[in-house]
Design a protein around this ligand. Structure first.
Ligand SMILES: CC(=O)[C@@H](O)[C@H](O)COP(=O)(O)O
Ligand SMILES: NCC(=O)COP(=O)(O)O
Length: 248
């Protein structure tokens, strides 16, 4: 069973088309949590092009007041601003991503060997008994990458599934990507690291992913589920994604 954390970046991006408060990020968070999502994810970027700092605080307030069981996952590059934000907001999970501020979206995982010391110091700083730290990992991180990730003290890695998601038009390449992801997943499990996954996962590509890649504890999904929700609404979209993840 894989838990679903709904990424709200796309909802915030739609809201930001106007200087108006809708669609409401907290309103959609309520909808998806009422529909059984285990948590919500945000990736506040320095330019606030989708999630704003204020959204992060508003979501925290909502979760504390109405959904104490839900998990708040905050993703981002560990700049001083980001680290102070997570120390203040105190989410249950922080996912560290090696994104440059100018990047359009996340497109690679950490160089665990080269950035080992840097990551170790960050993990030591922000990990608490009730907050897990996950590190964004390339699909081909493999045994060596996983060993270096484990050495940082992180609790989990998040498999970057973007290259797999990009294979929607090529079943052959999708198979190869799945084999690569599965190898890294096996290595993570053997090393005692928890496993998350995310980026461009959809109702179409999840069944094969779930069949081939073992042990994924949580999937954070935003773009695909928001696209589906435009057609079928968030409650039904959450139901279908939970079903695809074996969570119903
Ligand atoms: C870390 C990752 O894979 C993505 O979650 C990322 O949060 C997507 O970011 P954008 O929504 O800014 O494309
Ligand atoms: N960590 C991945 C995530 O939160 C969602 O990414 P996407 O589904 O918007 O590509």
């Amino acid at each position: 069973m894989t838990k679903l954390s709904v990424n709200l970046n796309a909802v915030a991006q739609l809201r930001n088309r106007r200087n108006l408060p809708w669609p409401s990020v907290t309103g959609i968070a309520r909808l998806v949590l009422d529909a059984g999502a285990s948590g919500v994810t945000v990736h506040p970027r320095p330019d606030e092009r989708h999630i704003r700092r204020t959204d992060v605080f508003d979501l925290k307030e909502l979760l504390v007041a109405e959904y104490p069981q839900a998990e708040f996952n905050i993703e981002g590059y560990p700049s001083e601003d980001f680290l102070k934000l997570v120390e203040t907001v105190d989410p249950e999970q922080v996912t560290l991503v090696p994104d440059d501020p100018a990047q359009a979206t996340s497109d690679h995982g950490w160089d665990f060997t080269g950035k080992g010391n840097f990551l170790t110091s960050i993990v030591q700083r922000i990990r608490t008994p009730h907050r897990r730290i996950s590190l964004f990992a390339d699909p081909d991180a493999g045994e060596a990458g996983v060993a270096a990730a484990k050495a940082t003290g992180a609790d989990r890695i998040e498999l970057y599934t973007g290259p797999y998601g990009g294979c929607f038009d090529s079943p052959e390449r999708a198979e190869q990507e799945l084999a690569t992801l599965a190898e890294t997943a096996h290595a993570a499990i053997a090393a005692g690291l928890g496993l998350n996954a995310g980026h461009d996962l959809t109702l179409v590509n999840l069944p094969a992913f779930q069949a081939k890649v073992p042990g994924v504890l949580e999937a954070s999904i935003g773009h695909g589920i928001t696209a589906d929700a435009l057609l079928i609404g968030f409650p039904e979209a959450v139901r279908r994604y939970r079903e695809a993840l074996g969570d119903i």
